[in-house]
Design a protein around this ligand. Sequence first.
Ligand code: FAD
Ligand code: NAP
Ligand code: SF4
Length: 674
Amino acid sequence: MSKYPHLEQPLDLGFTTIRNRFLMGSIHTNLEETDKNSEKRAAFYGERARGGVGLIVTGGVSPNFVGGVKPFAEAMNAKSTAKKHKIITDNVHKEGGKIVMQILHAGRYAYSPWAVAPSLTKSPISPFRAWPLLDFFVRDTINDYGKAAALAQEAGYDGVEIMGSEGYLINQFLALHTNKRTDKWGGSFENRMRFPLEIVRAVRKYCGNNFIIVYRISLIDLINDGSTWDEVVLLAKELQKAGVNIINSGIGWHEARIPTIATSVPRAAFVPLTARLKKELSIPIVASNRINTPEVAEKIVANGEADMISMARPFLADPDFVNKAFADKSDEINTCIACNQACLDFTFKNKISTCLVNPRAGHETELNFPPTSNKKKIAVVGAGPAGLAFATHAAERGHQVSLFDAEAQIGGQFNLAKLIPGKEEFYETLRYFSKRIEITGVNLQLNKRVTAEDLKDFDEVVLATGIVPRKLGVEGASHPKVLSYLDVLKGKAQVGKKVAVIGAGGIGFDVAEFITHEGESTALNPQEWMKEWGVQENYSVMGGIKGIKPVVHPSPREVTMFQRTAGKVGAKLGKTTGWIHRATLAKKKVKMIDGVEYIKIDDMGLHYKDKDKKEQVLACDHIIVCAGQLSLKDLQEPLVALGKKVHIIGGADVAAELDARRAIEQASKLAATI
Ligand code: FAD
Ligand code: NAP
Ligand code: SF4
């Protein structure tokens, strides 16, 4: 037994047994649409099964054409489709895992002109109006779920997950927010819940009793006219009666304006709701959302708060998560930092979902690190994300790698990122790389600012020296009021009460959050976090939020952010997280001014022209410059002069629009081929 005995317990469903308490939650990878032969999906899921996951839930597959999340999204409505899925289920079974196919009908969230819903509505997150389903089509849709499940069974799936949360079609029937019908599918809750109950009955009818039905229930809708807690309990009990085997948890509709999985959401924040529902049921229930370590997962099961743990992104970050945990090697787990940058943000950009800390995810057939037959002596300069990823992968392949950094610790700019309130997860990446350095035998030399001369004995040199902050090119740029973000974050500068932040990119926003925050980060305190976002802890109002006023912790400073580009401030922040940063700063009354032209800085403060070309001055104590970055590659020329083969990666290569995702991906690709 490992340190996680409760997670190691098999889960007996009577007709079948799941080998442990880990469920891989559904993630739409976009492989559903691009990988027509299912080979990449088979490799993706097979690797997670090999890594020890007990039960895998696939990305959502529609039961029919109109239910797809976008035009021509995959639907399980033909034998030929089922046949293509066989390779996926075979691969998972070969590794001792079980797999269920998620059936997801997007309803009014379908990004297509033929979207349907219980009533004529338009969701705030889709440009398309959804058409109301006539009674006949409601019945037809229920039957489509049954037929899709039967095809999934034919494809070798152990069961299906019926997606009843996150605001998709089933939720749209359940909530008064979207269900305005007056027939037997609308009105009373008994009528509104008829749709999911009939779906479960249809699946049972088509697939028999020896077939897993997981139902993902929306524990809390986080929208004004969402379900009440009593409705959630009643639905769960009726689902149990109708033959569901496992209840999985979903939190919040996609259109909710409360974060549910971002890195600033406290770990396991919503588990108390799962625990509360568990008391009402006899079938197993799964806890979900922001659970990313085996320690947290074990505690939940040991405390009797849930029977299984769902993680989705953590298995993108590390497919071997379960095996490492059960081998008591949890310090070797590559932890998901909940950034959404390469998974969800990529899904919305129609790119294959992958992972910032593991660019192999979704690319298992292409990006590999086989042992090298041509061992080289390689110097890596810079132990930021790029240098760390390259050095550890290259050493894993058998190269002799030395990694140098001028600082006393590894991590580069991640040592600043981790200081931002709500970004505490970034510590985990540094812990992971420290361990990887130890395991792969990289020769780490800290406090060592290297020169070209120091590197003359190496076969090849990889420059991962990062960036320098861009200086402001206006009159008064060296006035004592002007501070660099580096000095502010490192605590080397005292920041006054009235502050201007120049630059509204990722760093400008992070700095604004840093200086408007006091005390413990709410990401570490679930109760405070709930109050901050206006979520009712005892959940007695509709959707868990109706009429609840968020508690605001005022900023200790008056902050104004500036950008030269006209338009939404912070428009380039991540699709799934930018709105959270903007909402957080709005609560702190941070002003955001776009379309400016900087004139000068003097004792009065910051002089600028506004959008109408009128001259303005912001009287302030300090101006913090977050105006982007420039590549640092001062060693390139002298190394080339010494005749060295030089590779440049990360910020040292291209500073514009650099983030850790690009740095790690570029580094990993180089390490795979060097
Ligand atoms: P760096 O991280 O800059 O590392 C370069 C390293 O090289 C440094 O450690 C430096 O000491 C060393 N070095 C330089 N010259 C020498 C020399 N001659 N000898 C020895 N060592 C040398 N990115 C994201 O993707 N998501 C985020 O949420 C995010 N948040 C951020 C928040 C903040 C506050 C900051 C500052 C950055 C954030 N970033 C984020 C950006 C991300 O950290 C960078 O994109 C990433 O660190 C770049 O990696 P790198 O390895 O190229 O360079
Ligand atoms: P950035 O995102 O490129 O933003 C730079 C900001 O400075 C922009 O607002 C830009 O706006 C302004 N600017 C550019 N040149 C300027 C100049 N010459 N004078 C004045 N203002 C200027 O860069 P960053 O904020 O430094 O962040 C660095 C990288 O780290 C980014 O690529 C980012 O993705 C990454 N990061 C990501 C996150 C995250 O949460 N995902 C967080 C932090 C950092 P105008 O040109 O309109 O003025
Ligand atoms: Fe987690 Fe970020 Fe990777 Fe997504 S990209 S799986 S959120 S670490």
